[in-house]
Design a protein around this ligand. Structure first.
Ligand SMILES: N[C@@H](CCC(=O)N[C@@H](CS)C(=O)NCC(=O)O)C(=O)O
Length: 217
């Protein structure tokens, strides 16, 4: 267990939401630093030194900075193995990563703040077009995940088996964004909704929600 742990995040960030879920499941309480994305705090010189990519979250563990939510979650799983968020079996681990990356690589980046700002400021997209963009790409991604999970016997109460893994830590924040940020109808994704419901029965997922953070506005 590291002597000190700090998390740089933002209440609305779904990548930080993933890490908060993992920390809560493991009972870890890092020192929290809030990076106000809407006020461009992630572009400050000070934060650029902490995370050259200028994105949240960043974990600092005994002086080492770690960016990328999935790298952080796998790191946490190694330093605090209980409860495990990654299966041991190679095929199972690949499946958990496949689902997690389905969110983190194929859905989330296309609707990220900087992409939306570019579409708005450089391409002249209006509010309706921005919403349409997000709903389209999130819908494509969730439909793919629904197909992946629906008829696979490896899917249990959660994305993989009956306990939460890194896959659930990615799926639940993406569902939150779809529902609360862009007001999507999620009924075409019954398996995903069922998993989300199971997740929110656990306090670790509830406590990680944006509105439950100290910097929530
Ligand atoms: N792949 C990164 C993505 C991190 C990311 O995109 N974070 C968003 C918040 S959810 C951010 O910092 N956005 C700032 C921006 O787009 O300017 C991860 O998984 O940590």
């Amino acid at each position: 267990m590291p002597a000190d742990l700090a998390l740089y995040g933002y209440f609305r960030s779904s990548a930080a939401f993933r890490v908060r879920i993992a920390l809560n499941l493991k009972g870890l309480k890092p020192e929290m630093h809030f990076v106000h994305l809407r006020k461009n705090a992630h572009h400050s010189e000070a934060y650029k030194r902490i995370n050259p990519l200028q994105l949240v979250p960043t974990l600092v563990s005994d002086g080492q900075t770690i960016g990328q939510s999935l790298a952080i979650i796998e790191y946490l799983d190694e330093i605090a193995p209980q409860p495990p968020l990654m299966p041991k079996d190679a095929k199972a681990k690949a499946r958990v990563r496949e689902i997690a990356l389905g969110v983190a690589c194929d859905i989330h980046p296309i609707a990220n703040l900087r992409v939306l700002q570019y579409l708005k400021n450089k391409m002249g997209a209006g509010e309706e077009a921005l919403l349409e963009w997000q709903r389209h790409w999130i819908g494509e991604g969730l439909a793919a995940l629904e197909r992946l999970l629906a008829n696979d016997p490896a899917t249990g109460k959660f994305c993989h088996g009956d306990s939460p893994t890194m896959a659930d830590a990615c799926l639940v924040p993406q569902m939150y964004n779809a529902k609360h940020r862009v007001d999507m109808n999620l009924s075409p994704y019954p398996t995903l909704l069922r998993i989300e419901e199971a997740a929110y029965k656990l306090p670790a997922f509830v406590a990680a929600r944006p509105e439950n953070q100290p910097d929530a506005e």
